[in-house]
Write a protein that binds this ligand. Structure first.
Ligand code: NAD
Length: 472
């Protein structure tokens, strides 16, 4: 399979191009290096029709066969690992290490999710048998963002397929290529119409959310777009799962060894150039160890290389797109304007590419933009605290509630703090401990519904209760 050209959509088992295309930019060079098809409404209608036509047979297959096909997706990623990694670096910007992590994690996710079965609950009561079962919804419209395109795709298609749904998926227009190539690789593996991939701009996303032939929307992206998705999906009362943004806090207690935890804190904040929905975006450090953690963090960061992800030895690539680049730059400019001290970074280099150096801001005021806004890029504020109740209040003082972390030698104490955080996930003494078995969700405006685990699987189903009473 060629990974550097011929990017086509997958509709009803056929590779389909469009008269219209959109350029895809390499964020390290700002050059258009490939064209993706820009789907028309007619393309979408065909994809939805194909998914509806394929649904009855797919839903009727024994679950073991559907599980096998999800394992085949894993195999496809593993067999084409190098091609997918190269493409992810070109379109997303991430370095080779980050790309390998994404492809391997996606394959592992498929294998894990393929082990799920749909639970059936049976009750015998008053001479009547009641069965509570789960049936697939039909066609799932899946919409993904640009930070980890393959992983976000797999988080949606693996459970949707195991549950017996068919899919129309739209990747972000910034990073459509690896997704389109995975569709091409799966063309002869999945039955025609079971997985359809259409590419295009934001308007295509909106068409999906109000398409009458789609029964559920699974969306990952920003909170602002999430609101629009919910509104648009309401016209046909689609089921929605929304995984949105967050402004995640880490709380570091004074009993930790700064040097020992700093690598995990660093990567928890800056992995994928800080473009991770659950990255550490506000780092609260107890005043007793604030200076030591800050010093170690800066030292560690100095050993990390930012550059073109295609070059060997680069750990962190550019920010993925111009819109996000401008957003992160404006947060940095605001901090400069307000006189905040940068412990590291803060100067944007001239030249091509959306490069932002690792930037660490020293204890800015709690109401500064760099603290209250989700940067989704490599600028992170360090914040001092001395009172636990107060820091928990500060961590919760946001409209979002996606993730958070607590760092302490005393795990019981950390656990008590974790329970008080208003977020869907809290990690203690580590970051990104994802499991396909562990429910993932956002509190407040970080989302609606859940992903992963059995609860996440069931979001791709309707519940059906059948009560059987034998005639006397
Ligand atoms: P975005 O909301 O701009 O775009 C996400 C997707 O929605 C893209 O495919 C886009 O084309 C599509 N879209 C845009 N407008 C639409 C509309 N009106 N209707 C339907 N679809 C539309 O988000 P982004 O900039 O791609 O991603 C960054 C955001 O995603 C960050 O806020 C980040 O925190 C969040 N995110 C969340 C998770 C999570 O699991 N919670 C994971 C990754 C990213």
């Amino acid at each position: 399979m060629k990974f550097d050209s011929d990017f086509a959509m997958l509709i009803n088992g056929q590779l389909v191009t469009s008269d219209k295309t959109m350029g895809v930019i390499n964020p390290a060079t700002e050059e258009v290096f490939a064209q993706m098809p820009d789907a028309s409404h007619e393309h979408l209608d065909k994809a939805v029709a194909a998914a509806n036509a394929a649904f009855p047979a797919w839903a009727a297959r024994p679950i073991a066969e559907r599980q096998e096909m999800v394992v085949a997706i894993a195999k496809c990623l593993e067999d084409n690992r190098d091609g997918f990694c190269r493409l992810l670096t070109l379109e997303q910007g991430k370095g080779r290490g980050g790309a390998e992590y994404e492809v391997d994690a996606s394959a592992g996710w498929c294998r894990g999710t393929a082990e799920f079965t749909l639970p059936v609950e049976i009750m015998e009561e008053d001479g009547r048998r009641t069965e509570i079962r789960h049936t697939p919804i039909g066609v799932v419209g899946a919409i993904t963002p640009w930070n980890v395109p393959i992983l976000m795709m797999v988080w949606k298609i693996a459970p949707a397929l195991v549950a017996g749904n068919t899919i129309v998926l739209k990747p972000s227009p910034y990073t459509p290529l690896a997704t389109l190539k995975l569709g091409e690789a799966l063309k002869d593996i999945l039955p025609a119409g079971v997985l359809n991939i259409v590419s295009g701009g934001n308007e295509l996303g909106q068409w999906i959310t109000n398409h009458p032939g789609i029964g559920k929307v699974s969306f990952t992206g920003s909170t602002v777009t999430g609101r629009k998705v919910m509104e648009s999906a309401s016209a046909t009362l689609k089921r929605v799962t929304l995984e949105l943004g967050g402004n995640d806090a880490a709380i570091v207690l004074p009993d930790v060894d700064p040097k020992a935890i700093v690598p995990a804190l660093f990567w928890g904040a800056f992995f994928n150039s800080a473009q991770v929905c659950v990255a550490i975006k506000r780092l609260y450090i107890h005043e007793d160890i604030y200076d030591a953690v800050a010093r170690e963090l800066v030292e560690y960061a100095k050993g990390v290389t930012v550059g073109d992800g295609a070059k060997q030895g680069v750990d962190l690539g550019p920010v993925q797109n111009k819109m996000q680049f401008e957003k992160v730059k404006s947060l940095i400019a605001d901090s400069h304007g307000k006189g905040h001290k940068f412990l590291l970074g803060g100067d944007i280099p001239d030249g091509k590419g959306y490069f932002i150096p690792i930037s660490i801001v020293d204890n800015p005021p709690e109401d500064s933009r760099v603290v209250v806004e989700e940067a989704f890029g490599p600028v992170v504020p360090l914040l001092k605290f001395n009172d636990l109740d107060d820091v928990i209040k500060r961590a919760n003082n946001t409209d979002t509630g996606l993730g958070g972390s607590v760092w302490s030698a005393d795990t019981d104490k950390a656990y008590e703090i974790a329970k008080k955080l208003e977020t869907g996930t809290v990690w203690i003494n580590e970051m990104f401990a994802f499991s396909h078995k562990a429910t993932f969700s956002g509190h407040k405006q970080s989302g609606v519904g859940v992903e992963h685990g059995i609860e996440g699987l069931l979001e791709f189903t309707n519940t059906q209760t059948i009560t059987v009473k034998a005639l006397a």
